[in-house]
Design a protein around this ligand. Structure first.
Ligand SMILES: [Zn+2]
Length: 195
């Protein structure tokens, strides 16, 4: 008979916005909880969130999560805060700095199951680190697709809109609290303004 598995590993759930990443993360966390495993979840301090927050999916399901500063120091505090949990979840990983790659791998090497969720492309359609490096070093990667808001084909891209128009290529990658909206779009319908 096979011995109890002591290895940890990293799972990445990625894809565009509105592709159901958080819903899939919550589904996996519920399965682990039903099996009696200790689960902890972390989410970055974007906006003005501190302390505890809820991972919320668009479908309305939630999970309590600890808010961590989206700085190198904040990311390095995750292993201590994860304490004895066997399952460590990290949502909205694209808002964390690249130190998350080392921390996720460190947790997996220490025997934890690490589940990371986050979008893998910027609004320009470029890799959104640290997701690129996480997807490369993970044992399991699921890339989910949304449905293009324009044509209905499978969508992998994040369309940023400012006043209803495609955002300019020179805007910052992360804008907090700005007046803008997003749609999931396919490659053909995705637009970035360059003029
Ligand atoms: Zn399309």
């Amino acid at each position: 008979m096979r011995a109890i598995r002591e290895n940890g590993w990293v799972e990445v759930i990625s894809g565009s916005m509105f592709s159901g990443k958080t819903e899939e993360l919550l589904r996996r966390l519920r399965r682990a909880e039903i099996a009696g495993q200790e689960v902890v979840a972390f989410t970055p301090a974007v906006d003005d969130r501190y302390g505890q927050a809820e991972l919320g999916s668009h479908a309305g399901h939630t999970w309590e999560a600890t808010v961590v500063d989206n700085t190198a120091e904040g990311v390095r505090s995750i292993p201590d805060r994860a304490d004895g949990a066997s399952v460590v979840a990290i949502d909205e990983a694209n808002f964390f700095p690249e130190e998350l790659v080392a921390v996720a791998n460190e947790l997996a090497t220490a025997g934890r199951r690490v589940i990371v969720s986050g979008t893998d492309q910027t609004y320009r359609g470029e890799p959104f680190e640290p997701l690129g490096q996480l997807m490369a070093t993970a044992e399991y990667v699921d890339k989910l697709r949304a449905i293009c808001a324009v044509c209905g084909e499978p969508a992998t891209r994040n369309q940023r809109l400012v006043d209803g128009e495609p955002a300019h290529v020179d805007e910052p990658t992360i804008v907090v609290g700005a007046e803008e909206s997003y749609e999931a779009r396919c490659r053909s319908c995705h637009e970035v303004r360059t003029d």
